[in-house]
Every structure is written in structure tokens, then in C-alpha cells.
Design a protein around this ligand. Structure first.
Ligand SMILES: [Zn+2]
Length: 333
């Protein structure tokens, strides 16, 4: 098993069905599914908007600081079994906060999870909370200020998530400026379903350090050149794109074309529990198409928002590993 770095994973979307139902029960939250099988049926998504609707419906089960701590540690443990040594976990504060969950408790729970994952499991987790595209400026600024306050507990960046065509990146320029001034990186979602304009907006208005998805860059040769020249890392999640209908099938996914065009791509699962996948299966799909696990690792080392000592440690893990076995033998599924 070779080492992996995952830069694009929503912690709420990592909760396996049994655990999600158990947490819902303990919080007295009624979900539209009572068994893991029913939950799985709910996870047959028709498009990105449907996926996001279901996502907020089921993640409403998560309510307490301890829930957020638990799902962070649980995923660190799961990902480590698949070789992960570093994870940048995303979480979405907007909707829970509107439902009355205090931002402070929410952030503290996730940050406690980061600490426990490091101390107990030796897995480095960093956090990049997502602003939601429905957020008015004041709500977005509150989340950014809370994120900045948690920098010493593992929060390293701010993202932007939700239904892409609801709001262009430009609308969040002020919130991202506040984040950057507070020392946070910029890691918005862009270009999964909306075209190149959303990626240009993420680069120019949000000064993106990385782009989450960015697959529609292949529709614009000038954008491909720009991303290649800048060396911007794109956190690509091919199976997720297929499962929400953004790409018709894995065989026509633009990832190989992006890599061939000189784009720097990392590989992630996005929402592994909701898509019924894991890091091993995601890498196996990519490796089966000739893409290099070692290159994904090295790109992710460069793109990670961690401090330099951590980056040095991650680079050493990659350099010390004998990749010849990973590159030359088929990966077990
Ligand atoms: Zn995502």
C-alpha cells in the first residue's frame, strides 16, 4: 500500500451509513431513512443540486461538538487504513449554524478531532471550512473570523461550496480577502458543473491557492495554459463527478486530459460514504488508466496548506517510499 494525501474530502460526507443512523438516533433527528440500505437508496443522485439537497438533509443529523470530533477521528482512522498520511478535511458551517448550532462548538469539535487524530493515530488532518454560495456577506465574514481564530488548532484555509450556478465566486471576494489577510489559504470549489468562468473567477477574484474540481478547465485552452503556468493544484474527484452526473462516465472523465495538458492534479474522494467508495478504490480507478499514484502524492505535497515542517515530513515519506511496486503491479480493488 502506497502513501496517499487527500486534499478534497467533506467530513460530513465520510460518515458511513451505520454511524450516521446511530448519531441521528442519539440526537433525536428523524432521517428519511431508517436502515443503511434505505440510506444507500437515498444516495442515488440525479444531479449536483439533488446531491446537495440530500447532503444537507442527512448531515443535519450531526449536531454536537462531539459528533464533529467523532467524524473527524473516524475518517482519519479509515483513510489511514488506505494509506493516507495527510488529509485536508472540509466542513460546512453555514447550514448547521442557521439551525442554531453555535459556530464556536462546531469549530471546537472539528479541531478536537484534528488533535485526537494526530495524537492517537499519527494522522495529520487540517481543516478548510466551506462558505456556502447562499451566504450573505455578514454570515460569510462571521465564519471566516471564526476560522481565523482557530488557525492554531488546524484550520488552514477557506473554501466555497454549494450549488455552483447559484452565485459566482466574485460575490465572495470580500470574505476571501478577509481570510487571506488572516493567514488562511483560498481553496474554493469551481468548475465542476459551471464552465471555465467559475474557475477564472476563483483564480482572479478569490486568488485561489488550489481549485477543488476545476474539471471544466478543459473547455478553455487559455485557462488550461493559465493553470499550467501558475502551477495551480486542482483537487480532482472523478468518481464523485460521475456520481452527481457532472461527467457521463469515468471513461470520459477529463482527468487524463488535464494531466496531459500539464495541470497539477491531486486525487480525492469528495464524499466517500455517500458515493460508496474509498481512497483505495479511487486510486485503483486512476491507476487503471495509467495515472501515477506517485505524481498525485507529490503534487499534493506541494499543494497542501500545511506549515513547512509538515510539508517537509510529507515529502520525506514520498521520497523514502519504494514506488516501483505501486507503479508496476495492479492495485487490488
Ligand atoms: Zn467537494
Amino acid at each position: 500500500m502506497y502513501p496517499k494525501i487527500e486534499l478534497h474530502v467533506h467530513l460530513e460526507g465520510t460518515v458511513r451509513p451505520e454511524t450516521l443512523l446511530e448519531i441521528a438516533r442519539r440526537n433525536d433527528v428523524v432521517l428519511p431513512a431508517e436502515t443503511p440500505g434505505e440510506l444507500q437508496r437515498l444516495f442515488q443522485f440525479t444531479d449536483l443540486t439533488h446531491f446537495i439537497d440530500v447532503w444537507f438533509l442527512v448531515t443535519a443529523a450531526l449536531q454536537t461538538a462531539d459528533d464533529f470530533r467523532q467524524i473527524t477521528v473516524d475518517y482519519a482512522e479509515e483513510a489511514a487504513r488506505h494509506g493516507a498520511v495527510y488529509i485536508e478535511g472540509i466542513f460546512a458551517p453555514t447550514v448547521p449554524s442557521r439551525n442554531g448550532i453555535e459556530l464556536e462548538a462546531l469549530f471546537e469539535g472539528y479541531c478536537d478531532g484534528v488533535q485526537e487524530a494526530s495524537e492517537r493515530l499519527g494522522v495529520e488532518v487540517r481543516l478548510t471550512p466551506d462558505l456556502n454560495r447562499t451566504s450573505p456577506p455578514e454570515e460569510a465574514a462571521d465564519i471566516v473570523r471564526r476560522a481565523i481564530a482557530c488557525r492554531d488548532r488546524g484550520v488552514v484555509g477557506i473554501g466555497l461550496g454549494g450549488v455552483e450556478d447559484l452565485a459566482p465566486p466574485e460575490q465572495f471576494a470580500d470574505a476571501f480577502r478577509l481570510a487571506r489577510e488572516g493567514g488562511l489559504g483560498s481553496v474554493p470549489h469551481a468548475g465542476e458543473v459551471v464552465g471555465p468562468a467559475s474557475i477564472w473567477g476563483a483564480l482572479e477574484a478569490l486568488h485561489a491557492d488550489r481549485i477543488r474540481h476545476g474539471i471544466r478547465a478543459v473547455d478553455d485552452p487559455a485557462l488550461l495554459r493559465e493553470l499550467a503556468d501558475r502551477g495551480t493544484v486542482l483537487d480532482v474527484c472523478p468518481t464523485a463527478n460521475v456520481r452527481v452526473g457532472a461527467v457521463r462516465s469515468y471513461d470520459v472523465h477529463p482527468l487524463p486530459e488535464m494531466v496531459a495538458a500539464g495541470l497539477r492534479c491531486s486525487l480525492s474522494t469528495d464524499d466517500p460514504a455517500m458515493f460508496g467508495i474509498d481512497l483505495t478504490s479511487e486510486y485503483a480507478e486512476a491507476a487503471a488508466r495509467g495515472l501515477s499514484p506517485r505524481e498525485f502524492y507529490e503534487v499534493a505535497v506541494d499543494g497542501a496548506l500545511c506549515d513547512e515542517p509538515t510539508r517537509g515530513a510529507l515529502r520525506a515519506i514520498g521520497e523514502d517510499f519504494d514506488w516501483s511496486s505501486a507503479e508496476s503491479t495492479p492495485i487490488s480493488r
